[in-house]
Design a protein around this ligand. Sequence first.
Ligand code: PHE
Length: 356
Amino acid sequence: MAHSIKSLIESWDGIGVVMRFDQETGTWIFIALHSDQLGMPSGGTRMKVYPSPSAGLRDAMRLARGMTQKWAAVGLNYGGGKAVLSVPRVLTSKQREGLLRRYGRLIESLKGSFATGPDLGTSAQDMSIVAQETAFVHGVDRDTGVSIDPGPYTAKGVFEGIKATMRHVFGSESVAGRVVHIQGVGGVGDPLARLLKQAGAQIILSDLDSKRAERLSEELGGSDTFEPHTAYEAACDVYAPCAVGGTLNSETIRELKCRIVVGSANNQLEGPEHGRELHERGILYAPDYIVNAGGAIALGLMTQGVRDAATIDSRIAHIGVSLAEILKVAKEKGESPDEAATRVVRTRLNPNGHSA
Ligand code: PHE
């Protein structure tokens, strides 16, 4: 559906959007600030070639709202924000560095209204460049300038989420012999595949870059790989979307041959009604912002000065406990897990029950 920048801004319920056109590279920069109710709006920076600048803005807005939910769900004091660098094409490394530096200076000029970190299309190394221009980057060691990669932390949280769904559906958290389809084997999908393989799961991989899926499959001793256009038909116990959002819509939900959906992608449901549709089809959906919070937990805690790996790990492991609780409440009330999670977040954001 095509949206204009005007109509997107008119319907935005967030704080506002900072927009800038980077003339040197032809990139639209959108920083969507959704909420500062719990703290400084914080979220990753996505770099991608979108069909139009407004598609990039729409993504930034949806992702920023997701960050508000994610921070509220994990109980860390940050607000929802997200940035999109809508590039016209893949940039050369010199163009990329220039863009990241100018983007860093833009963030610095906001003086703490937004802080960022890596997301789809940007890396920890990219954030080290941004951090040379601004103090508002999460997960950067100020002494060394080294930036951490949140991907493995997110993967760990998703793994905990998968175990919790196993317990809920099959009565045991073991993934041994279970078939998991990982869609997208990038920063999170790759470490998730390794964790699952180690725990004895059977893996199916798909990626828009099918070579990448084949390479990982070979390395892991030969898992099945699927071409992206047939991936939804892969029969599995768990479908784990770990790349772009919006993969769960009326069409794909009809095609899915799985029992459970739990993955790291942000905004997996195209619309809220699709949480219901999954529920009605008898597919258990683990709300994305509950299970994919591992990276945010690690980055947020590091900004607060926590360096101790055991503390970070135990906070991430808690994702399994939170998800189990949501699944239990949803079952008791006959709601979809998405509806139950939305209520938890609404209560955190609005503890006195006043409408926001
Ligand atoms: N982009 C990742 C996420 O959505 C990691 C991240 C979290 C980056 C928080 C910045 C801030 O969870």
